[in-house]
Design a protein around this ligand. Structure first.
Ligand SMILES: Nc1ncnc2c1ncn2[C@@H]1O[C@H](COP(=O)(O)OP(=O)(O)OP(=O)(O)O)[C@@H](O)[C@H]1O
Ligand SMILES: [Mg+2]
Length: 507
């Protein structure tokens, strides 16, 4: 048996107008954790899709060997049969089916056409235990947070007897705690002899678990490194990823917040289905002109629910409380009304609320601000294109053209389009919910600079962030939430990782 479970030789993959991968050669050792790093659009997801048969043979040039044999997959089904499982960047569960149905979907046995459901419910418990999920198997997947959905996907992979597990940005939607658990799980798999390939933009996590790191840049492989032997550092990885050193991750903030621009008093939000449950419980806070506020707290603390309900009641069965913008009491009952009142929202859920995948980039960017590029109801397409080009340049959106469908962009580049759309609408108050999710280190800095420039121009920003370094690096004040309540507030000077965590738990 070869010591390599997977070997790629001279792989090239083209899309219309884009060479996504060029002459990649790569070997993955049996039983190792192998990480792929690279900027948004570098080709990481495409490479994994080739390996797992998402792109069938003939769609690419070059050779892939799995367990010593050249592969000839026509779809993912073929690779699954051989113990290769991929968990995509965008989760792919059926929300209205139960956990156990999702686990066994597509590979249930029938006896005379009858499925023994009880058997599968029992079977699923085995895998749920392995991934540490305590929910009853009958729970609908739509009731689970992203972190737990991730675990269901892994349980599904395990149920198919996996030898090579590919995880595309598994921790991008998880908080620190959940990420830590997932990384432990991956290390546990390694002990059981499962090989893992993990894509991530969180370099600290990669250095924690990976045995080998391969770096891609513009579709080419820059090199593979043995983490322990080479004493790899984040700085070194970044240099290889972006081709230069990146010294300042956060801009120098000279913050001089002005008067209060927005105030929220005694705000409560009720669960959309269980109407009696308060998801947000009597929250009050204020925001000043030119200020960046961060909201930190564990997953489920109620931060997104709070902000979405403020943004024109976009969440919740109902909400109560007072909202003042520039001293005026407002009752915003739709997202449209919220935008009119000067609010803008960059959603954490780029697929659901952010992007229209089957539209091109420039139309997506214009979606919240058509009036700015039209006159008498007619869109000035030249103006629209120029504006889209401007954002493409400023945020470095990797695409051959702004007429490209959003669906064809890499995950991180889709996120940049979502950010552009809200920037284009030019609100006074930005609510940004995990603005840098899935965005590479270099582009993160670009987004931080943009946020900083916005405040200099007198805009105000509310940032929900699960990355504490980001909140600490950018915010003037930090509100700490847990269980629907504000547990405390810290100024930039006072705040530290420990204090935030302590405050969230103890208050
Ligand atoms: N279906 C497609 N049609 C056209 N171009 C595509 C398609 N899928 C990917 N691309 C292009 O291929 C390149 C590589 O994309 P890929 O999704 O592999 O990047 P990535 O490294 O995973 O980035 P990210 O970190 O943002 O997820 C990008 O330029 C992307 O726009
Ligand atoms: Mg990707």
């Amino acid at each position: 048996m070869s010591e390599y479970i997977l070997e790629i030789q001279n792989l090239t993959k083209d899309f219309p107008g884009v060479r996504a991968l060029e002459d990649i050669s790569l070997k993955i050792e049996r039983g190792e954790i192998h990480s792929l790093c690279g900027e948004n659009g570098a080709g990481k997801s495409t490479l994994m899709s080739v390996i797992s048969g998402v792109y069938p043979k003939g769609d690419y040039q070059g050779k892939v060997f799995y367990k010593g044999k050249e592969t000839n997959y026509h779809s993912v089904k073929d690779s699954e049969k051989e113990g290769l499982a991929i968990i995509h960047q965008e989760l792919a569960l059926s929300p209205y089916l139960s956990i156990y149905e999702n686990i066994f979907l597509g590979h249930m046995q029938t006896t005379f056409g009858i499925i023994n459901w009880n058997y599968y419910i029992q079977e699923s418990k085995k895998y749920l235990e392995q991934v540490g999920l305590q929910e009853p198997p009958e729970t609908l997947v739509s009731k689970l947070g992203v972190g737990k959905q991730q675990l269901v996907e892994i349980a599904r992979a395990l149920s198919k007897k996996v030898d090579l597990l590919i995880l595309d940005e598994p921790t991008s939607s998880l908080n620190d705690d959940e990420s830590e658990k997932l990384l432990k799980l991956i290390l546990e798999f390694k002990k059981q002899g499962i090989t893992c390939v993990m894509i991530s933009h969180k370099l600290n996590e990669i250095l924690e678990v990976a045995d080998t790191i391969t770096i891609l840049r513009d579709g080419r492989s820059i090199g593979s490194y043995n983490v322990k032997e080479e004493k790899l550092t984040e700085a070194r990885i970044i240099r290889d990823m972006v081709g230069r050193d990146l010294t300042h991750r956060f801009p120098e903030r000279k913050s001089t917040p002005g008067d209060t621009i927005m105030e929220v008093k005694n705000w409560s939000v009720y669960h959309p289905e269980y109407h009696g449950i308060r998801v947000v419980d009597n929250v009050s806070f204020f925001l000043r002109k030119g200020e960046i506020l961060a909201f930190c707290g564990p997953m489920g603390a109620g931060r997104t629910e709070l902000m979405m309900s403020i943004f024109g009641r976009s969440y919740g069965y109902r909400s109560e409380g007072e909202l003042y913008i520039n001293g005026r009491a407002l009752h915003l009952t739709s997202s449209k009304a919220a935008m009119k009142a000067g609010l803008g929202y960059i959603s954490e859920d780029r697929k659901g609320l952010g992007l229209i995948l089957i539209q091109d980039i420039k139309t997506n960017i214009s979606n919240s601000s058509l009036e700015q590029v039209s006159r008498f109801g007619i869109i000035n397409t030249k103006k629209e294109s120029m504006r889209a080009e401007k954002y493409r340049r400023e945020l470095n959106i990797r695409t051959p053209s702004i007429n490209q469908m959003a669906r064809n962009l890499s995950g991180g580049n889709q996120q940049k389009v979502v950010v552009s759309r809200t920037l284009a609408a030019d609100p006074d108050i930005f609510i940004v919910d995990e603005p840098t999710r899935g965005i590479d280190v270099g582009a993160k800095t670009e987004i931080y600079n943009i946020l900083n420039d916005l405040t200099t121009a007198g805009k105000s920003i509310i940032m929900i962030s699960s990355e504490l370094p980001e909140a600490l690096g950018m915010a003037d004040r930090i509100y700490v939430m847990n269980e629907g309540k504000i547990k405390g507030v810290l100024t930039h000077e006072e705040a530290s990782q420990e204090k935030i965590m302590h405050m969230a738990l103890v208050g």
